[in-house]
Design a protein around this ligand. Structure first.
Ligand code: DHB
Length: 386
């Protein structure tokens, strides 16, 4: 097969890139190791920055998001038994939308397929070749045979565990990592909303987060041991921890319901530099990971793709490589801002097992500052809305 851009990975980054390239008249082929059913059912985060919402809407894939997503104009920080609102819209003029990542995936897959886009699912053993030549190649197994895509460029959008990043020789890669000594236990629950806005709770037993998906379905998280197994969290323990960590002195109540999905999320910060090697460009989780506190992961992927798509379009329309040359530095600037924000939110809100009472007091002092200083609240708000 021949195409202009071979895209490895049909997550939000790969699919959106393929969609934006198509709108600009550039051809791509997307390969994905999982099935369409699997990528459309994997439960991930659900907070979209306004810039993400605007890009999806402007590029014609925002119709269902606008109908079914929820616009939020604030979030709640809860600590020491009290709630404090951060008025995102008042402070920044922007809002966020709650719309699940797998719904974004469904919208993008159907837009690509409707436009005759080439998405190859369930490909195995993908390998990248000749990345430092003018015609890089992606080879893989599909339906029992070997296939190869020859392209002008390869976009590595295949996530943290994908094949793209390790295809860059290690001497051309600088990697920056931090792992956190905790994870998030995430559940989906059949229950009405307990709150109109997301609640981020700091508690000495650990962090908890109340988010939402629909009037019937709520999304809840609580800090757990990253080594925990699902079976160490029977329903009664989940509810007891959530009630304790979210307790307030004002009579607020968490609505319970049937838990129908559960999973444990590891927490890590990671960046590789640069985002380019020869004709391979990395975008999304293949290039960087943030801990989920603050919900930046999907939004960063979308921003990478916004920059990368326009660089590819500029190249194919005018022959200029200026955008391609600037991609890595330009995307990394925003990546490091989000890395810092996600690390800061995580550090402020979680219990670390080597915490001393002194560190606990520092967290409370920081939280107090955020909710009592307009300058500090704006710092949180402008990072949160992107
Ligand atoms: C959700 C996930 C996050 O990481 C976050 O900070 C807020 C909400 C969510 O899945 O709804």
């Amino acid at each position: 097969m021949k195409t202009q851009i071979a895209i490895v990975g049909a997550g939000p980054a790969g699919l959106l890139l393929s969609h934006l390239l198509h709108l600009g008249g550039v051809d791509s082929v997307v390969i994905e190791s999982r099935s369409r059913q699997e990528i459309e059912a994997t439960i991930r985060a659900g907070v979209l920055e306004q810039g993400t919402v605007d890009l999806l809407a402007q590029s014609g894939v925002g119709e269902r998001m606008k109908r079914e997503g929820f616009v939020h104009e604030g979030i709640i920080l809860r600590f020491a038994g009290r709630s404090h609102r951060i008025a995102l819209s008042e402070l920044t003029g922007r809002s966020i939308s709650v719309y699940a990542q797998h719904e974004v995936i469904k919208d993008l897959v159907s837009a690509r397929l409707d436009a005759g886009g080439k998405l190859l699912f369930e490909v195995k053993d993908a390998a990248l070749y000749d990345l430092d030549s003018a015609s890089p190649k992606v080879r893989f197994h599909r339906d029992g045979g070997v296939e190869e895509i020859e392209s002008d460029f390869v976009a590595g959008c295949d996530g943290f565990h994908g094949v793209s990043r390790p295809s860059i020789p290690s001497r051309h890669r600088h990697e920056f990592t931090r792992t956190y000594p905790f994870g998030w236990f995430g559940i989906l629950v059949e229950a009405p909303p307990s709150t109109e806005e997301l609640i981020y709770a700091h508690h000495e037993r650990g962090f908890a987060l109340v988010s939402t998906r629909s009037p019937q379905i709520q999304r809840l998280y609580l800090q757990c041991d990253p080594e925990d197994e699902l079976k160490s969290w029977p329903d009664a323990r989940i509810w007891e921890e959530l009630h304790r960590r979210l307790a307030t002195s004002d009579g607020w109540k968490l609505a319970e319901g049937r838990i129908f999905q559960r999973g444990i999320i590891a927490m890590r910060s990671f960046v590789v530099e640069p985002l380019r090697y020869g004709r391979l460009f990395l975008a999304g989780d293949a290039a960087h990971i943030v801990p989920p506190t603050g919900a930046k992961g999907l939004n960063l992927a979308v921003n990478d793709v916004r920059v990368l798509a326009s660089a590819f379009l500029e190249y194919f329309q005018s022959g200029s490589e200026a955008g391609l040359k600037a991609y890595s530095a330009s995307a990394l600037k925003r990546v490091w801002r989000a890395e810092h924000f996600s690390w800061w939110m995580t550090s402020m809100l979680h219990r670390f097992h080597d915490d001393t009472p002194f560190q606990h007091r520092l967290q409370l002092a920081e939280l107090d500052y955020v909710v009592s200083s307009k300058a500090k609240a704006i710092t949180l708000a402008e990072n949160y809305v992107g």
